[in-house]
Ligand binder design. Structure first.
Ligand code: AMP
Ligand code: MN
Ligand code: MN
Ligand code: MN
Length: 297
């Protein structure tokens, strides 16, 4: 199905196109409601252009974009999965749990996200003070983050680039924003079990996001996967854009061992990043229960 021009979205608000389920699946994406750059409707238009037929919006700690994305999916005839990517703590690690098929209007999920937005705000202020102490204009650098519904370090990284303190977002992270600052120790992120419970109570399926990015040993990953499963988690990301073959094989082994379904996605944030393109990643390996089974699809 061809994408409608952007301007047609508003004028076709009441027209639902037939659902196209034959396309690709992408169950991990971000909009400008967190640290993506596209509005939810623009994200959906790009998904349609990339032949994605089943799309989840999974912004960091906010469900603010779900309604707009859902509406755009209805208009453009692709299937939408309401989602969120909740930050939480497990031992000294900050983890991300993707929730799929959540009810974005469920009050406890909404208040959980509101609380996280407050935590994120204090954390960004804390980082801004640290940057000021290091001689940088911390307040000015933090302004775009503090104006966002879900303030993230990515906002700070982009501003560090815009103001000439780094030449790329990864460089800004490397120089100024890597985890381990006192602001992380001071941020009372909810425990893993709380994040999982929050997703499950909102009717969703909890997915352990990008297991390869936490710097855990094989034993640490097994301990995590076991505890995640025991807390009510159902799936693990096995095929993600930019995930190497070895990391994908480790995730697949965890999926089999702990009877978790395998989820797939790009973790798309913005156009023009070839290794994290919307709808583009390796196929889910055989012998893994596909996440679609948990979503009733
Ligand atoms: P936060 O949730 O505020 O800690 O921000 C985490 C987000 O920053 C992640 O979701 C990524 O989008 C981005 N990020 C983290 N580390 C890096 C990095 N080294 N280079 C580029 N982006 C990063
Ligand atoms: Mn992000
Ligand atoms: Mn993440
Ligand atoms: Mn993500």
């Amino acid at each position: 199905m061809a994408a409608l021009p952007a301007g047609m979205l508003a004028s076709t608000a009441s027209v639902a196109a037939p659902i196209d389920t034959a396309g690709r699946i992408d169950l991990h994406t971000h909009s400008h409601c967190s640290d993506g750059t596209l509005a939810p409707a623009a994200l959906v238009e790009l998904a349609v252009a990339r032949s994605v037929g089943l799309l989840a919006l999974t912004d960091h700690d906010t469900i603010a974009g779900c309604e707009q994305a859902h509406q755009a999916c209805r208009e453009l005839g692709i299937r939408f999965v309401a989602g969120v990517e909740l930050s939480c703590r497990w031992h000294e690690h900050i983890l991300h749990i993707v929730g799929l098929n959540i009810d974005p209007r469920q009050p406890q999920l909404a208040s959980h996200c509101q609380r996280l937005s407050g935590l994120r705000r204090s954390r960004i202020e804390h980082i801004a003070r640290r940057l000021s102490d290091a001689g940088l204009p911390g307040v000015r650098l933090a302004a775009p983050a503090l104006n966002a519904p879900s303030p993230t370090r990515t906002h700070l990284a982009r501003e560090l680039c815009a103001q000439g303190f780094a030449s790329s977002v990864p460089q800004a992270f490397e120089r100024y924003l890597k985890h381990g600052g006192t602001e992380e120790a001071d941020t009372p992120w909810p425990e893993l079990s709380v994040a999982v419970e929050c997703i499950v109570r909102a009717g969703g399926v909890a997915v352990l996001a990008h297991p390869h990015r936490y710097g855990l040993t094989a034993g640490g990953l097994r301990e995590l996967a076991g505890q995640f499963r025991a807390a009510g988690g159902s799936a693990i990301e096995v095929s993600l854009a930019g995930m190497g073959a070895a990391a994908a094989a480790r995730a697949a082994a965890l999926a089999r061992r702990f009877e978790l379904a395998g989820s797939i996605g790009s973790d798309f944030h913005e156009p023009g990043v070839p290794w994290r393109a919307l709808g583009r990643f390796a196929k889910l390996p055989d012998a893994i229960t596909p996440i679609t089974a948990c979503l009733g699809l």
